[in-house]
Design a protein around this ligand. Structure first.
Ligand SMILES: [Zn+2]
Length: 303
């Protein structure tokens, strides 16, 4: 295993935003006033964190509103520039049809403009953070929006609060048995019937990504990891995770000791098994293309 296939961004769901984040503009209040007044500026509306969808195109696409269409009292966040044209996101209700966020995300990622899924992920995570951080974690006083949506300031103790991202490791454990490489897939009790995926878990404070991979595989499956190799990452806006995808070369016999609360069933599978599952032709179901677990499985069978 020397030539590692590293997928390029468009093969990972929720990545590849076409927007220039233009972070230098965020702290420039005059520039932001001009951006909001720009006649080409457009707003993405999230209704209860679900994107309002364009009805006219026949397929799910993001609907962009002009300034006159959105409620004047709704605070918006700056997403960036699309060919120089400002783009914002705003939370509002009653603005049109909106769909299930995961379903819409999958439809956008599979559309002719997969970067729209990344724009939606950006907007959803940022607006969700604002909705849940109206009060200072330091002193409990009210906070206000600053830096066009990338900071909140406490009115009482002057604490600065920044949008947070929670890292999650997701790993394909690999084991060579009699010269044939196998990968570990497992299912959580909440998964749909026959659905299996890569194992995953939140990174804990004071822990590196490699340590998190090793700990999670030992805790959930009782297996020991040698080398950890980074493959790709993915923003996951439910609500604000960063999925860090890795291959984990394991040692030992591959005997599993499962944490029944987390994993109800796990199995070592071959590349032929995974190819069949990715084609929808196997006895178990693989994760859909939107998920980075799909990217990891596809990277493994392509390698
Ligand atoms: Zn405070």
């Amino acid at each position: 295993m020397t030539d590692w296939f590293v997928p390029s961004a468009p093969t990972v769901g929720f990545t590849g935003s076409p927007l220039d984040r233009a972070d230098a503009l965020r702290k420039d209040d005059a520039a932001m006033i001009m951006a909001r007044a720009d006649r080409t500026a457009r707003w993405l509306v999230l209704d209860d964190l679900r994107p309002v969808i364009d009805d006219g195109s026949g397929s799910d696409t993001l609907r962009w509103f002009s300034r006159d269409d959105i409620p004047t009292d709704a605070p918006s966040v700056f997403l960036g520039l699309a060919d120089g044209s400002p783009r914002f996101a705003v939370a509002a209700t009653g603005m049109g049809r909106h769909g299930d966020p995961r379903g819409i995300g999958a439809a956008l990622a599979a559309s002719a403009s997969p970067g729209d899924a990344a724009i939606f992920a950006h907007a959803r995570s940022l607006l969700d953070w604002h909705a849940r951080h109206r009060f200072c974690a330091n002193c409990g006083s009210q906070t206000t929006v600053a830096k066009a949506g990338y900071e909140r300031l406490c009115s009482a103790c002057d604490a600065h609060h920044f949008p947070r991202t929670d890292p999650v490791v997701i790993m394909l454990a690999l084991l060579r048995v009699d010269g044939v490489e196998h990968a570990l897939v497992g299912r959580q009790p909440r998964f749909p019937r026959r659905f299996f995926s890569a194992l995953a878990g939140f990174v804990e404070p004071g822990e590196s990504l490699e340590e998190a991979v090793r700990r999670e595989l030992f805790e959930e499956a009782g297996i020991t990891t040698a080398r950890v190799r980074y493959i790709a990452s993915q923003p996951w806006p439910f609500p604000s995770s960063l999925m860090v995808g890795a291959f984990a070369e394991t040692t030992g016999t591959g005997e599993l000791t499962l944490d029944d609360d987390e994993i109800e069933e796990a199995r070592w599978v071959t590349k032929a098994d995974v190819r069949a599952a990715l084609d929808g032709a196997g006895p178990w179901l693989a994760p859909p293309p939107l998920a980075i677990a799909h990217t990891l499985l596809r990277a493994w069978v392509t390698n």
